[in-house]
Write a new protein. Structure first.
Length: 137
């Protein structure tokens, strides 16, 4: 079964999916939604779970550099609880510190234009989050 990786922001949801064997993560898309209207990404994620036959969702958990959690981490925790309640799928919170910086560095190394980097940063961050989880298994 496949795994789904998510990078949740206040207006975007970066999405990645694994291969069937759970070795590789690939970016799917970035969903854009109105500020803090989390029911949109919640419903969209439920649709993806069914479409891709997902057994685990890996959700980025934004922590501060000292390991503490802030407001955005609480948003991810609420999203996790709601997703588990609606889908009956295991949702794993994954430390996402520095994933956006890593994603930016990777895209700069690929010579992507700044406009394209901005458009795809959340999708790339979701890919890094999911790959980190897959590598840990």
């Amino acid at each position: 079964m496949k795994k789904l990786g998510l990078d949740l922001g206040n207006r975007t949801l970066g999405i990645a999916v694994s291969d069937e064997l759970g070795f590789l993560s690939r970016g799917l898309e970035t969903l854009r939604f109105e500020d803090s209207k989390f029911e949109v990404p919640l419903n969209y994620t439920n649709d993806l779970i069914k479409k891709y036959n997902i057994d685990v969702v890996v959700l980025g958990h934004p922590k501060n550099m000292d390991g503490s959690t802030g407001e955005q981490a609480k948003v991810s925790e609420v999203f996790k609880a709601n997703l588990e309640k609606q889908s009956n799928i295991k949702v794993v919170l994954w430390d996402e510190r520095l994933t956006s910086k890593m994603a930016t560095s990777m895209m700069v190394a690929q010579n992507l234009k700044k406009k394209n980097r901005k458009k795809d940063i959340d999708k790339m961050a979701a890919t890094i989050i999911l790959q980190g989880y897959l590598d840990s298994l």
